[in-house]
Write a protein that binds this ligand. Sequence first.
Ligand code: SAM
Length: 330
Amino acid sequence: MMESIKNSTNNIKFMDFCAGIGAGRLGLEKNGLSCVGFSEIDKQAEITYRKFFGEEEMNYGDLMKIDTDKLPDFDMMIAGFPCQTFSVIGQRKGMGDDRGQIIFGLIKIMLAKKVKYFILENVKGLTNHDNGNSLKVIKNKLEEAGYLVSCDVLNSIDYGVPQMRERIYLIGVRKDIAPKNFIYFFPERQVRVNVKDFLIDTKELEFNEKKESYETFLKYLRNRYNHGRYDLGEFLKKDYLVIDTRQSDLRLYDNKVPTLRTGRHGVLYVRNGKFRKLSGYESLLLQGFPKELTKKVDGVIEEIHLLKQAGNAMTVNVIEAVARELFKVL
Ligand SMILES: C[S@@+](CC[C@H](N)C(=O)[O-])C[C@H]1O[C@@H](n2cnc3c(N)ncnc32)[C@H](O)[C@@H]1O
């Protein structure tokens, strides 16, 4: 089945908007589609992107300023547009905030390039932002632009990575090319995988008294919220126990990791009776980047950047599965 989808998609060209480090690109390439260019304003993300995909495709920069006449032709758009304005952790300014308007920049490009299909991704918080109004406006605008739109919230943990990551996916097909009675079905959930196959970094990332932040961690365990609740010795007995330290509480995860986020680098886990910090390499694996590719940046791009970029990225496997379902029907 996979081969036949690939044979029928290898003439389909796409452009990667809000490209980040290209998780969306990889998910589409795994379905046989080819990338003709990308748009990303973060220079550091572009460096990682180029390490993964090379120098061939052009970065068209800020999508709000793109002259669409200068873009190559393409059939499909993929974009994980910025989530700050919709996120439940953000300030919730939503459609009134300039960054929220990126969606309108994307629609402008869809119309100018007569894009046939799109996959858009955003945080789950978009579903209830402004009582669901922001999502309603976005869907209406996409429909007015001539697309049949399906949307759903999927969790990455159901698609081959052990990461809890709920995101909303909007799938669009141009009405005039959609098959009669077209309905898009989101991919079925897959069998869960084991976290220990992803927590495999061999670098010296042990987290112990030699690290400055270890003292803070101990203080944290003994603060008034946590005092007496947790036993360090018991933690260390449980290999692959994942620990997430938040402002005032501590969360434990069994055979999974919490949502990787930009700016939160405090995920620890136990391996061979020792605490370790989740690394950039492991974070990329947890977003579905394959080992061969991830090795190209491990130790080359600074940890702090890799952790941020993985936290921002889409999950490769989810995009791969979502696109596969789309092209199966088409
Ligand atoms: C949530 S991240 C998505 C990352 C990406 N989908 C991935 O898988 O790595 C949003 C990205 O959009 C980029 N971005 C924000 N505004 C942009 C704009 N006006 N033009 C192009 N990229 C933009 C950000 O720099 C960021 O990398």
